[in-house]
Design a binder for this molecule. Sequence first.
Ligand code: G3P
Length: 218
Amino acid sequence: MKFFVDTAEVADIRSLVELGMVDGVTTNPSLIAKSGRNMAEVIAEICAITPGPVSAEVTATEYEGMLAEGRFLRQIAANVCVKVPLTEAGLRTCKTLSSEGTQVNVTLCFSAGQAILAAKAGATFISPFVGRLDDIGQDGLELIAEIVEIYANYPDFTTEVLVASIRHPIHLIQSAKLGAHVATLPPAVIRQLLKHPLTDRGLEAFLADWKKTGQSIL
Ligand code: G3P
């Protein structure tokens, strides 16, 4: 399973790259706004330290505008993946950009039907938002199960399921059980996955016992 990091904070990305937890990065207009940085500058910086795709989202809503923005964003770095919303204009932009060899992430997916359309339009990634479905009382993980099952029926669908809007470790673990290709994780969720109170308590006990021996390894 590939891990993308869902942030535009360069320091967070850098430290997670050092941990081996970063196969790619996803950003969106809200995350860019939160970073307080210029979009082109921060995307260039993220691309330079990230081994895989870095999603940069268009903000135009019409086809021509989306296409122009997508073509601008992709020239920032070879690993830019243009992110478009799941609208008619977004799918048309996806089809054009993917036929030009650009990676495209189709975002704001909330139904299996939308995911089928994105695959037909040549999306590299489809981003279903699990947390936001949970927020309105629908089972976000059920949507992941549906899309994974449907895509597996059609080997000519090369679109990867990129689970987005992950809010806690269970979203990630269940998505992995379902065989989702990619999860995009807020840095805080990666840290939650790392921590376990029994690990902390066990280490404390080992170190206390070791101290009693009076030894040092080096
Ligand atoms: O990648 C999309 C993600 O950032 C949305 O997450 O928590 O704002 O629903 P959230």
